[in-house]
Design a protein around this ligand. Structure first.
Ligand code: PEP
Ligand code: MN
Length: 337
């Protein structure tokens, strides 16, 4: 439930309520608004204790949160959340484009792509060092060596880095190198992994599972926020449907719907979402038109030689054009790149 305090409530008053919430076995989540402080009371069925708070003279109102996801919900927080990654803000006025190869393959290639995407307007470098592959015989990623290359290329280009952790045992290592920890589609409901990144302070890019409903997606984000980490970026990357002419079906209605249901920023990955190079620019435009806060795009300077997802990777020149196209849509929406 949400306890809204009267304007001008003192710190002492807030602490009094916080203590009471803890005493009852719930977790308080305080959010200081411009005029009012609101306290989310999170736990199992806190609404049954509403009478204990209703009588307090500093309490303005008590509202139940109707959705199963609480901290993620717009009901709890009306303003958009802005996730800060160095100087980059995801969820603000600017549309943030994250780009780079599917996998980190070697340093010269990573550097070449990073420089090109930066020049074209990307603000974050992507690249997997731990790759979730369908076949155990496919390239699995360079592991720590790949993370080191990402960090070195960040040093040179200044681009913050997003990279995936596939397992709880990798979190500590990935956190040492990454600016944003990616949780991949296949791990969206790996609850131990979600709990672990929830304990840390690093921003998380949570990708939607390919067979996950929006409710399940938001419940996964709730795991991370409930651990104390509010820095979560949601990523729509396509779902499995009966349609098989694209790799997945990029569900752009989820973007508009998530914006209604949640305050968290949403980015769209049309590379995995379509699996087709020539669909990436149109779907990028559509994603921004639907209200996405950013994009995640696979770029490779030699897609035909890529060790993973070459068929959906675009050339740097193609990416440059994509950014120009997306910029037009962003401007028409009152946003910038
Ligand atoms: C990726 O972005 O590198 C990736 C593996 O994507 P997904 O988890 O969405 O398949
Ligand atoms: Mn990929």
């Amino acid at each position: 439930m949400i306890i809204t305090l009267k304007p001008g409530t003192t710190e002492k008053g807030i602490q009094h309520i916080v203590e009471k919430i803890k005493e009852l076995g719930f977790t308080p989540h305080i959010s200081h608004g411009k005029e009012r402080t609101i306290i989310g009371v999170i736990g199992e069925n806190p609404i049954r204790t509403r009478h204990l708070f209703e009588a307090m003279f500093i309490v303005e109102s008590i509202t139940p949160i109707s959705k199963p996801y609480k901290l993620v919900s717009r009901e709890l927080k009306k303003e958009d959340t802005c996730v800060k990654v160095g100087n980059v803000k995801v969820g603000g006025k600017k549309v943030v484009i994250m780009a780079g190869p599917c996998a980190v393959e070697n340093k010269p290639l990573l550097l070449e792509v990073a420089k090109a995407v930066k020049k074209a307007g990307a603000k974050v470098l992507r690249g997997g060092a731990f790759k979730p592959r369908t076949s155990p015989y496919s390239f699995q990623g360079l592991g720590e060596e790949g993370l080191k290359y990402l960090a070195e290329v960040r040093e040179i280009t200044g681009l913050p880095v997003v990279t995936e952790a596939m397992d709880v045992r990798q979190i500590e290592l990935v956190s040492r190198y990454a600016d944003i920890i990616q949780i991949g589609a296949r791990n969206m409901q790996n609850f131990d992994l979600l709990k672990e990144v929830g304990k840390g302070g690093k921003p998380v890019l949570l990708k939607r599972g390919m067979a996950a409903t929006l409710k399940e997606f938001l419940m996964s984000a709730e795991y991370i926020l409930s651990g104390g980490n509010y820095q979560v970026i949601l990523c729509e990357r396509g779902i499995r449907t009966f349609e098989n002419s694209t790799r997945f079906t990029l569900d752009l209605s989820s973007v508009a719907l998530i914006k209604n249901l949640s305050h968290l920023p949403v980015v769209v990955d049309p590379s995995h979402g379509t699996g087709q190079r020539d669909l990436i620019t149109p779907l990028s435009r559509a994603a921004i038109a639907a209200g996405a806060d950013g994009l995640l795009i696979e770029v490779h300077s030699k897609p035909e030689e890529a060790l993973s997802d070459g068929f959906q990777s675009i050339l740097p020149s193609h990416f440059e054009n994509l950014v120009k196209e997306v910029e037009k849509i962003a401007r028409s929406m009152g946003r910038e790149i």
